[in-house]
Design a protein around this ligand. Structure first.
Ligand code: FMN
Length: 333
């Protein structure tokens, strides 16, 4: 037993209860491997690995395995807006299992099929949730833990604070991981003190040496304060946290009237989501890699306020680990 052992470290087979969260388009293999190598767990985002960073899926996993022999996880976004996408996801999960991945983070949809397949080989599934009704759905599907995505998160933020979500989910009997707003080690320690079994970070890991995002994107994270983070519906049709750059200001934050009408209809909403999905996949790829900074369409959460330098992913994991070891008696977890 180390003083940092929590149900998350046991399930994921790691030393530090810290997840380098999946990020489309910012999860590149070198970043995932660096987080895992330092004792946390990096999560592979399959569309980022293949479409943005150009690796055939299995080869990408093998590249990561050459960089570290520590466990890595995989993100399965399981919304069923397209049959073809679903089939692709089933195939990616199969390949990941064949390549030895045993920790999965599911988002959206019903994670039952992922749980069935992953549990059959002794792995674990944690499910991203923003409120209790999704947590109950995840629990009924058999997930092993919940990632409580709060209102300070980058990506698709939830509506609630870390404290409110903890209170709402604590009685479900599953380990809870805090996602959102953690940019510094003091906030990480505070989340563990609250009772969370660990933390999932996204934005902090963009401003790293290993992340392939453009230098202008990383600099914008260092420069931004939490008031510079706004929620835009124009990327995916549901609110996504972005830095309020001139480009975002020009475009406005709301989905257009036609899109809103399409998103309300029972049938049309699937078409609209697919359209948004494809459009955003392309736009986010372009703006994350573009060094000119002209299309500054940059996702980030309110944790920007605690991020003041670019450093290696390993240094972040070690700094967070040391702070937790210093501040928390083993008995408090
Ligand atoms: C640029 C970016 C892209 C993201 N993409 C995904 C994704 O593809 N799948 C997912 O489950 N979560 C995604 N997230 C959410 C993160 O995994 C994580 O939960 C979140 O970033 C935590 O909040 P933080 O950014 O304040 O640390 C993304 C977050 C960011 C910042």
């Amino acid at each position: 037993m180390t003083p940092l052992d929590t149900p998350l470290t046991t399930h994921a087979g790691i030393e530090v209860p810290l997840i380098c969260g999946a990020m489309y388009p910012c999860s590149n293999p070198e970043l995932v491997a660096a987080a895992s190598k330092a004792g946390a767990i990096g999560i592979v985002q399959p569309i980022s690995l293949t479409y943005v960073h150009g690796h055939e899926f299995r080869e990408g996993l093998r590249l990561i395995a050459r960089l570290t022999n520590k466990p890595v996880g995989m993100n399965a976004l399981i919304e069923m807006s397209s049959k073809r996408y679903h089939e692709r996801m089933v195939e990616w999960v199969s390949i990941a299992l064949e390549e030895g991945v045993r920790f999965f983070v599911t988002s959206l949809g019903n994670p039952r099929w992922v749980c069935d397949r992953v549990h059959a080989v002794g792995g674990h599934v944690y499910h991203d949730v923003t409120e209790r009704k999704w947590a109950l759905k995840g629990r009924d599907a058999g997930v092993d833990g919940l990632i409580a995505v709060n209102r300070r998160a980058g990506g698709h933020a939830g509506p609630k604070s870390a404290e409110a979500l903890y209170a709402e989910l604590a009685d479900l009997g599953l380990p809870l991981v805090c996602a959102g707003g953690i940019g510094s080690e003091s906030v990480f320690v505070a989340a563990l003190r609250m009772g969370y079994a660990g933390a999932q970070l996204g934005t902090r890991f963009i401003a790293t040496l290993e992340c392939r995002a453009s230098a202008v994107y990383k600099q914008a994270i260092l420069d931004a304060d939490e008031d510079d983070i706004v929620l835009s519906e124009r990327i995916t049709g549901v609110p996504v946290a972005v830095i309020n750059t001139p480009y975002i200001q020009r475009m406005g934050l709301k989905a257009g009237r036609f899109a809103r009408w399409m998103l309300r209809g029972h049938k049309t909403k699937h078409w609209m989501r697919m359209f948004y999905g494809l459009k955003s996949i392309w736009q986010l790829k372009r703006s994350s890699l573009d060094e000119s900074g002209e299309k500054d369409y940059w996702q980030a959460g309110k944790s920007v306020s605690g991020i003041d330098r670019i450093e290696s992913a390993g240094d972040i994991v070690r700094r967070f680990r040391d702070a937790a070891l210093r501040s928390l008696p083993a008995a408090s977890r």
